[in-house]
Design a protein around this ligand. Structure first.
Ligand SMILES: N[C@@H](CCC(=O)N[C@@H](CS)C(=O)NCC(=O)O)C(=O)O
Length: 267
């Protein structure tokens, strides 16, 4: 990924994005790429390697006190900084989507979009983040935690799948920030131990969004993660050792679910 370690802001006009190629990070880069394509709105970005804890350094927490990516700085508003994905999407839509190509004006649609973004922010993101933690990163193997958070992630994506039964997008049957908010997380479902093929409406929505050139460009900031569903599936086919490791991981999840008598149900 990006080679130079950032030590402060580098731009003095426009939007500067501080990010990494994670499910929360790509919300901001995808929307900025869409705005660039729709309105010619340029932006700059810096890769914040979260494994190096750059996001905890004083220069960064002055901008994003939570010490997490993504953060944007609007140099055209006196260096105004915004942290939290939902707030970033809302800020960018308010200031830089004047034709509402990705947002709404009708008050009930505005509310619908807010509801799906809040749902992602308080539900899908935190729960799937914990699934990743227990499935991938926890130093101890804890079956209860694995089945609890993979199960809750499945419950939540079941909600999306059900909602998308009769509509192509989450609000007003058109692509918007409501879709962008959840897309990055859905893109990481296989990595989180959830088989997206079990959710056909969601999978069709995912593929529809992934077909957008701005989305593909947004996913590549700072560089494309190998853990998106499509690249993950490709690696399974091409890399036997990886496929064996992943198959063991999925067996572990299955055993954890059986141990605690997990049964899928959504809502
Ligand atoms: N609620 C925040 C969460 C941001 C977040 O958790 N970012 C993660 C990457 S996906 C991060 O910065 N992790 C590094 C850390 O925990 O220090 C949002 O939606 O923007």
């Amino acid at each position: 990924m990006a080679s130079e370690r950032p030590t402060g802001l580098k731009a003095n006009k426009g939007i500067e994005l501080l990010t990494w190629g994670t499910p929360n990070g790509v919300k901001a880069s995808i929307f900025l790429e869409e705005l660039k394509e729709a309105y010619g709105k340029e932006y700059t970005w810096q890769g914040i390697n979260i494994s190096q804890n750059i996001q905890k350094e004083a220069w960064f927490t002055k901008l994003g006190p939570n010490g997490r990516i993504p953060v944007i700085v609007d140099h055209d508003q006196g260096g105004f900084a915004v942290q939290e994905g939902l707030a970033i999407l809302s800020y960018l839509a308010r200031h830089y989507d004047p034709d509402h190509r990705f947002s709404f004006t009708e008050p009930l649609d505005v509310s619908r979009a807010e509801q799906w973004m809040a749902w992602q922010h308080g539900g899908l993101g935190p729960m799937q983040g914990q699934a990743n933690h227990f499935v991938r990163f926890a130093p101890e193997r804890i079956p209860y935690g694995i089945q609890r958070y993979v199960g809750e992630t499945e419950r939540l994506v079941g909600i999306l799948d059900n909602h998308l039964k009769d509509t192509d997008y989450l609000v007003g049957n058109r692509y918007s920030t409501a879709d962008i908010a959840s897309f990055g997380w859905v893109n990481a479902l296989r990595f989180s131990g959830v088989d997206i093929d079990r959710f056909p409406n969601l999978k069709a929505w995912y593929e529809r969004i992934l077909a957008r050139p701005a989305v593909v460009r947004g996913l590549a900031v700072p560089s494309r993660s190998p853990f998106g569903n499509d690249l993950y599936a490709q690696k399974l086919k091409e890399d036997k050792e990886f496929a064996e490791k992943e198959s063991k991981k999925y067996e572990e999840i299955k055993a954890a679910k059986e141990k605690y008598n997990y049964k899928y149900s959504s809502p």
